[in-house]
Structure formats: structure tokens, C-alpha cells
Write a protein that binds this ligand. Structure first.
Ligand code: NAD
Length: 425
């Protein structure tokens, strides 16, 4: 039997499918499993009538796609953006399947969203839209079915409205139905820092494996938001020297090392959470792009997708790249960096502290018992470290790049689960 190879006009889905088929071929995955894993288990569209503040009614389109539940309930955020459609949700849902699998947590993958321009909506319109979305996808949502989370343009308020709506509809509190809730409403201590802490663990283990002393190792971090700041703060605790940081206001280079706690305080107090106006002795102001080209041991892009691309990859001087953002290195840049001998830790390993953190929130919700931040980190560190070495060892044993190794390890775990559980009927 020849497997029909799916393609898509949606670039994200087409890339996700071709990456999957490429890895499936390389690992010799049997045809039936290729067929199963190249399709989502379930994909639904819902229409969302919302009464606007001016009294008119608008109908929005919403989606929820469950790519796989072989390893556990589907897990993945929902986003509010004009580009959201069912194919984008399918692509992002499949990436969640691989990310959760690699992370070693008992979840499958899913994604959802509503096609809308969130900037056009008032807070009360957002609330009504979120509650209608929760109600319409409620039949396929639950703490053992599918657990949404924040994504682009959704955050703690949307998670609380979502949980409250499901709880009221079911007549019982359903805290574990979404993650990313505020600490005061069944959220988790430690979650805010988890992604950045996880990226820093990957930097530390990578340097250790390469016999580079982290004490004094020079690191550049692009993006000084949630992921970038906690990555930087953790690395400083490990003894690294952060010589460059950047946000949308530009690059900040200090060869002797940036005072990260001071920079963190600066962005925390800035009305737009930016580095704008940050200064310290020895600081040289660069553009946000040029910071990527500064000489250092490690470069950790934690801002945008496509930050390192065919135009600038050839000029990157760092020896190691650890991806904090999703997709910060384009595929053609990947090949250039590889030719230069730069070693790269891929996004869905390096930034998986976020989804592991969501899992911890859900575990606490199941028990109604909350951990301290120390307990949380105490559990996060060994999981991230194990995951790093699982990929590192596979990459060495099979002589493949870390990105390919991560993908192969992730697909194998899901394929094994599908096989063991068997096909029903
Ligand atoms: P954030 O909005 O908190 O921070 C983004 C940072 O990038 C800001 O400092 C912003 O100023 C900066 N930035 C924007 N444009 C820039 C430019 N042109 N040049 C340099 N810097 C620029 O976002 P975040 O939560 O830290 O997420 C960053 C990345 O990590 C995204 O790709 C996100 O998908 C990914 N990610 C985040 C999490 C999480 O838990 N927050 C988990 C997994 C992956």
C-alpha cells in the first residue's frame, strides 16, 4: 500500500506535514501509523454569535482541533487572530502532539482559536465571545479530554472566563479544564518563569556536555519578555555572563556583562514593559538585529519567529543556539548554521518548560493541593534535564542534528502508544 501524502495550501500545515513525512520515512514508520498520525483525530468549527456593545450581533468563526489523544488528553492553546483557520489549528495541534510527547508528559496535542481582530473588541465583547466559544466547544472539552491554554492574544482573563463558563454549564467547579489561570484562581506558582527556566536548563546542560564552563560563558538573548527575562535571570544564577539583550526597542550590548536584575527591574517598571531608556556603564546601543551577530558562546533567540534567516545566519558568531521562541530559525538558516558547525537546541525541546508547567498546574488542580515555587522548580529541573539528554543521546547515537533527533524521539513515543492501544472496531 502506498500512503497518500497530504499537502496543503496553508504554509504552516504543509510544512508540518512535510516535516512529519520526512521523519516518518527516516524512522521507517509503518504506513498505517503514517496515515493515522498525518491526520487530526477530530476537528470542529463553531459559529459564535456575539452581541456587540452597540447592540448589533456579529457571528465569529471558532475552531478546535485535536490532533492526537494517544498519550492523554489533547493539550494546546487557543488564539484570537484574524489569520486563525482550521488548517492553522491542525498544524499547530500536531506540533503540540510532538512537543508533549517529547516533554514526557501524559498529553496529546490540540489547538484552537477564533478568527477575529482582538484589538477591535472591547473587554466585555471579548468576554462574551470567550464564553460563547467555551459553550460551543464544551462537548469536546474536559480535564481528561482536551485542556486548552493561553496562546496569541489570549491570557489569564480568557482562561478564567472559559473555566467559569464550563463550570456553570456543568454545575460543578472544573478548574482543570484549562491551564494558565491566575494563581488566585487555581493557577500555579512557578508557571510564569517556567519556560525561561527551562531554556536556561538546556543552555546549562548543552555547555556541560560540550565541556564549556558556564561560569563566565557569554550569552546573547534576543527578546526580553516572559521567556527572555527568566532565561537570563536563571543563566546569571548559573554563572553565565549575559553580554547582550534586545527587545523591540533595539539591542543592548555590554561586553563586561549586563546587570540583568537591573534590566529586569527596568522593564517591570516601564509602562510598556520595554528596555527603552535602559542604561549602565559600558553599554553600547545596537539594533535588535545586530545583537544577533555579536561574538558569544551562546545565542538564545526568545522573541520572534524567523529572527535568524538566510540573510543573517551566515554572520552569526555564537557557537551554540538555544531556541527559546517558537520557530526563530528558518529552515534555510538552519542549513547555513549547520554548515558553520553551530550546534542548535530546537524550540520544542528548549521551550517545553511552558507546557510542562501547564501539566503541573493541571496535576495540582486534580489534587486540590498547591505546591510552593520551590517544589515546582524542584520537579521541573529533573524533567527538563532528562528530556535534554534523551535528545542529546539520540542525536549522538544516530548522528543526526538535535532538531531531527527531537522529532524522531517524539514521533516514536506517540506511534508506540497508538500501536499499543490498537485500533478500535
Ligand atoms: P513576550 O511578548 O513576553 O516577549 C516578547 C519579547 O520580544 C519582548 O521583549 C519584545 O519587545 C521582543 N521583541 C518583539 N519584536 C522584536 C524584535 N523585532 N526584535 C527584538 N525583540 C523583539 O513573549 P514571550 O511569552 O516571551 O514569548 C516569546 C516567544 O516564546 C514566542 O515565540 C512564544 O511563542 C514563545 N513561547 C513562549 C512560551 C511562554 O510560556 N511564554 C512558551 C513557549 C514558547
Amino acid at each position: 500500500m502506498t500512503v497518500t501524502r497530504r499537502t496543503s495550501k496553508n504554509v504552516l500545515l504543509d510544512t508540518a506535514l512535510s516535516n512529519f513525512y520526512g521523519a516518518a520515512d527516516e524512522m521507517g514508520l509503518e504506513d498505517g501509523l503514517v496515515e493515522i498520525l498525518s491526520r487530526p483525530e477530530r476537528a470542529i468549527s463553531v459559529s459564535l454569535p456575539v452581541v456587540m456593545d452597540d447592540g448589533s450581533t456579529r457571528v465569529f468563526e471558532g475552531y478546535r482541533v485535536q490532533h492526537s489523544t494517544a498519550l492523554g488528553p489533547a493539550k494546546g492553546g487557543f488564539r484570537y487572530h484574524p489569520d486563525v483557520d482550521i488548517e492553522e489549528c491542525e498544524a499547530l495541534g500536531s506540533l503540540m502532539t510532538w512537543k508533549c510527547s517529547l516533554a514526557g508528559i501524559p498529553y496529546g496535542g490540540g489547538k484552537g482559536g477564533v478568527s477575529c481582530d482582538p484589538l477591535e473588541l472591547s473587554t466585555s465583547e471579548r468576554e462574551r465571545m470567550t464564553r460563547t466559544f467555551a459553550a460551543r466547544i464544551s462537548p469536546i472539552i474536559g480535564d481528561w479530554i482536551d485542556i486548552p491554554a493561553p496562546d496569541v492574544n489570549t491570557g489569564a482573563p480568557e482562561m478564567v472566563w472559559f473555566m467559569d463558563t464550563i463550570s456553570k454549564m456543568r454545575g460543578r467547579l472544573e478548574p482543570g479544564v484549562v491551564t494558565g489561570k491566575p494563581i488566585s484562581i487555581w493557577g500555579s506558582r512557578g508557571r510564569t518563569a517556567a519556560t525561561g527556566v527551562g531554556v536556561a536548563i538546556c543552555v546549562k546542560e548543552l555547555l556541560e556536555s560540550e565541556k564549556v564552563d558556564i561560569k563566565g560563558a557569554r550569552v546573547i538573548i534576543q527578546g526580553f519578555g516572559n521567556v527572555g527575562t527568566y532565561n537570563a535571570r536563571s543563566l546569571v544564577k548559573y554563572g553565565a555572563k549575559i553580554v547582550g539583550i534586545a527587545d523591540m526597542t533595539g539591542g543592548y550590548h555590554v561586553p563586561g556583562g549586563i546587570d540583568i536584575e537591573r534590566a529586569f527591574e527596568h522593564v517591570t517598571n516601564h509602562p510598556k514593559k520595554l528596555l527603552e531608556g535602559y542604561t549602565q556603564p559600558g553599554l553600547e546601543k545596537l539594533s535588535a538585529e545586530d545583537i544577533l551577530l555579536v561574538d558569544a558562546e551562546v545565542l538564545s533567540p526568545c522573541a520572534l519567529e524567523g529572527a535568524i534567516n538566510a540573510k543573517n545566519a551566515g554572520r552569526v558568531r555564537a557557537k551554540y543556539i538555544v531556541e527559546g521562541a517558537n520557530g526563530p530559525v528558518t529552515p534555510d538558516a538552519d542549513a547555513i548554521l549547520s554548515d558553520k558547525g553551530i550546534l542548535l537546541v530546537p524550540d520544542f525541546l528548549a521551550n517545553s518548560g511552558g507546557v510542562i508547567g501547564s501539566y503541573f498546574e493541571w496535576v495540582q488542580n486534580q489534587n486540590g493541593f498547591f505546591w510552593t515555587e520551590d517544589e515546582y522548580n524542584h520537579r521541573l529541573i529533573p524533567i527538563m534535564t532528562d528530556n535534554f539528554y534523551r535528545v542529546w543521546n539520540y542525536s549522538k547515537a544516530h548522528e543526526v542534528k538535535m532538531r531531527r533527533a527531537a522529532f524522531l524521539v517524539a514521533i516514536k513515543r506517540v506511534a508506540d502508544a497508538v500501536k499499543m492501544r490498537g485500533i478500535f472496531l
